[in-house]
Design a protein around this ligand. Structure first.
Ligand code: NIG
Ligand code: FE
Length: 429
């Protein structure tokens, strides 16, 4: 079967490909075949030999087009919420103190364990739809609120199910907001979900005082979760309220034996030397990094590890320690931006707001911020087939009601996303 050849014309493209500013192409066009970009360039240079085979032409009305956005760090599947802890923090209680008193991550673990699969799926679906309304086409979801083999498997399965149940429309016999497609219809997915096993997120109550035993358990569950097809990467929370460097190393060694890539919640609240350890294991990314030291930066640069910056957590925890942006930039470490959506440190559901915060709080340029949710976010997930508008990449892209890409980091509390195309098909939510 020959695949449809479509022309998408009359757009200004921020391709983020090549070395020019924004990878800018004025009055550009794209040819897609199947789910893939076949050609991207100035409309005037459209390859003449392809023209007779074009079956569909889409006029994008002179709008701005960017790659689909990628949220490369979220904890989207959980039960309950932590607004009361927010109030406690506003009264002066610290995030760490709340955690040590048995609240924090552990209160979400209790709420998650108490929730049914259907409740977890329904709440995660609402959150995913909110992110998708702003152009997110690829989403990473971590476990870490189950903390037992079956509960972690359940949360990862919900994440997988979410990816399979959010489908492209419009489709015959499908009502708006239907979770499942009508029987017999095989529909393309509206989003790619990548799952990360974060068993080493916190110590569950049944392992109180036995953190090394818990790390043994996490390592023992990993092959089983992998065999069930639930794990794309492995993460850990290396922190004084999380797991030690030695414990993180054990988690990474198991991941390496299984051929699973690693990522790390590193240097969020203190400098543990986690980033250098993660770099030693060729980590895809180190995330947070407020307390990252120059050694860690150098190690990440050598290993090609992405720095995932999470301005939502910095903002919501009212942090004052900035990640070492200038040092990361000077060392050539690619910087990604993500929502870190979770109920404790970053309950936000707007990746566009994160672009704005990355600029206002972290002093990234608007172009760095956009690269952070496209090309560098793809790299933080180990995905080579997306993040740019270029031949061979997936045809995931967003059409924006703005004139210039710097506006994506400029407006806040406003969503200029007009259309989202996934695998060369219109996404209707
Ligand atoms: O990325 N730091 C650890 N994990 C999450 C927060 C989890 C929570 O507070 O529930 C984060 O900030
Ligand atoms: Fe996180």
């Amino acid at each position: 079967m020959t695949q449809t050849l479509s022309l998408w014309r009359n757009a200004n493209l921020a391709t983020l490909s090549g070395s020019s500013s924004w990878g800018w192409i004025e009055q550009g066009a794209m040819l897609t075949q199947g789910e893939t970009l076949l050609w991207v360039g100035a409309e005037a240079d459209l390859p003449i030999d392809q023209a007779p085979f074009i079956t569909h032409t889409h006029d994008l009305g002179g709008a701005l087009v960017t790659p689909g956005l990628i949220d490369c760090h979220t904890h989207l599947v959980y039960g309950g919420q932590r607004a009361t802890e927010f109030e406690m923090r506003l009264q002066g209680e610290s995030y760490e103190a709340i955690h040590r008193a048995g609240g924090g991550i552990r209160s979400t673990v209790a709420a998650t364990r108490a929730a049914t699969d259907a409740q977890l799926l329904a709440s995660a679906r609402k959150r995913a739809l909110a992110l998708m309304s702003e152009g997110v086409t690829t989403l990473e979801i971590k476990s870490g609120y189950g903390l037992s083999l079956e509960q972690e498997a359940r949360c990862l399965s919900v994440a997988r199910q979410l990816g399979k149940s959010l489908l492209l429309g419009p489709v015959p016999n499908r009502r708006k907001n239907d979770i499942a497609p009508a029987a017999g219809l095989a529909l393309p997915a509206a989003i790619t979900v990548r799952t990360t096993f974060l068993g080493a997120h916190a110590l569950p109550p049944e392992f109180e005082g036995r953190s090394d035993d818990y790390v043994d358990a996490v390592c023992a569950w990993m092959p089983e979760l992998q065999a069930r097809g639930l794990v794309d990467a492995v993460d850990a929370f290396c922190e004084n309220i999380g797991f030690s460097l030695a414990q993180t190393r054990r988690v990474f060694e198991t991941a390496r034996r299984l051929g699973l890539p690693v990522k790390l919640h590193a240097e969020q609240l203190s400098d543990q030397g986690g980033a250098a350890l993660a770099a030693e294991f060729g980590a895809l990314s180190c995330d947070h990094l407020e307390h990252l030291n120059p050694n860690g930066v150098a190690a990440m640069a050598r290993a090609g590890t992405v720095a995932v910056l999470l301005p939502g957590a910095y903002y919501f925890l009212r942090d004052t320690q900035l990640p070492p942006i200038a040092t990361l930039r000077a060392a050539g470490v690619p910087m990604a931006i993500a929502s870190d959506h979770n109920p404790g440190s970053s309950p936000g559901l707007s990746l566009l707001l994160m672009l704005n915060m990355a600029c206002t709080l972290f002093r990234l340029t608007p172009e760095e911020a956009l690269r952070g949710v496209t090309v560098h976010a793809a790299r933080a997930l180990g995905l080579k087939d997306r993040g740019q508008l270029a031949a061979g990449q997936r045809a995931d892209f967003c059409v924006w009601d703005v004139e210039h890409p710097n506006e994506l980091a400029y407006w806040f509390g406003h969503n200029p996303c007009q259309r989202v195309i996934v695998g060369a098909q219109e996404r209707i939510l």
